[in-house]
Design a protein around this ligand. Structure first.
Ligand code: ATP
Length: 319
């Protein structure tokens, strides 16, 4: 039976470009004669039946907007089958043939469980820290990276004027890409992430030598939870002589207009998800690899090993 009625939701942390994905899903589906249904507030809204039929007009002028017009929510209880049963009931009530979930790893775990309950599900990776290992890039990463690089550029100005060392903490609990890519773009001396670790003693010593040689400033990038930035600032100050300040960027990284890269990626992902459903392919997550659209099963995607960013080595070479 052809897939005709498609629901879609955004879940987990919001990411710039989610709206562009929603727009592409809706417009591509309508072009193929499908009926499109937006679900508000992620799995929570699905369980509560916050579902509305979308026309082309519902998604006009949203390409350039950050956040998600559908809203997002976290529903930890979605791990419980009784709660997911309610979601399945709502999908049946609206005669939905397939569900597109836009979010990160957690969202896909929920999607996979719905797929195991007989729902046709497709995942679209959207999360600012790029922590979905089965795709080269996720929606929102490019925009968040722009925000971090902008912050480094500004910090450098003041750090250079005051002969300071600046530590900048980015998001990226499980994936250091934001800090690593921003480190390359902003000429950071060091990048500290949980997965790559760092030799604190060597770093302190090297900063001390730089200070002695008259280097005016230093920039260090780190991800959340990798290190206590305020404690590290004190240690650097005591050991190297650099006056040191730590800045935690926080939620500003989530906001803002999506970059052209994110808009293109989101539009491609959204359209590709619909093309797959048209071919009755589901139970997969879409992705991009070498600029081609790809898809793999939830299981394959979740098990995809983390590959350490090659850019990490680059930082050491061009320090
Ligand atoms: P981000 O990486 O931006 O935080 P995410 O999709 O990983 O995005 P999570 O909060 O981990 O965000 O997950 C979003 C939602 O997915 C959760 O609130 C929950 O409803 C559902 N979810 C997460 N993990 C599971 C799981 N193991 N089983 C069922 N549902 C889950």
């Amino acid at each position: 039976m052809a897939i005709k009625r498609i629901a879609f939701l955004t879940s987990g942390g919001d990411a710039p470009g989610m709206n562009a994905a929603i727009r592409a899903v809706v417009r591509s589906g309508l072009t193929l004669g499908m009926e499109m249904f937006g679900v508000y507030d992620g799995y929570k809204g699905l369980v509560e039946g916050k579902i509305e039929q979308f026309t082309s007009k519902n998604v006009s002028h949203i390409l350039d907007r950050g956040g998600t017009i559908l809203g997002s929510a976290r529903l930890p209880e979605f791990t419980e089958k009784v709660v997911r049963d309610l979601a399945v009931k709502q999908l049946k009530k609206y005669f939905i043939d397939a569900l597109i979930v836009i979010g990160g790893d957690g969202t896909f775990k929920g999607g996979q469980k719905l797929a195991e309950m007989g729902i046709k599900v497709i995942g679209i990776p959207a999360t600012i820290d790029n922590d979905v290992t089965s795709t080269d890039s996720t929606i929102g990463f490019s925009t968040a990276l722009n925000t971090v690089v902008d912050a480094i550029d500004k910090l450098r100005d003041t750090s250079e004027s005051h002969h300071r060392c600046s530590i900048l903490e980015t998001m990226g609990r499980d994936c250091g890409d934001l800090a690593i890519y921003a480190g390359v773009c902003g000429g950071a001396e060091y990048v500290i992430t949980k997965e790559t670790g760092f030799d604190k003693k060597a770093m302190l010593e090297s900063l001390r030598k730089k200070k002695l040689k008259g280097r005016r400033h230093a920039i260090i990038l780190t991800t959340e939870n990798a290190v206590n930035v305020h404690k590290l600032a004190k240690e650097i100050e005591d050991y190297s002589g650099y006056e040191t300040r730590a800045t935690v960027l926080g939620y500003v990284q989530r906001g803002g207009k999506p970059t052209p890269e994110d808009r293109v990626l989101a539009s491609r992902f959204g359209n590709y998800a619909i093309e797959l459903l048209q071919q009755d392919i589901s139970g997969v997550i879409v992705g991009i690899s070498h600029n081609d659209m790809i898809h793999m099963t939830f299981d394959e995607s979740i098990k995809c090993p983390f590959v350490k960013s090659q850019l990490f080595d680059l930082i050491e070479k061009i320090r």
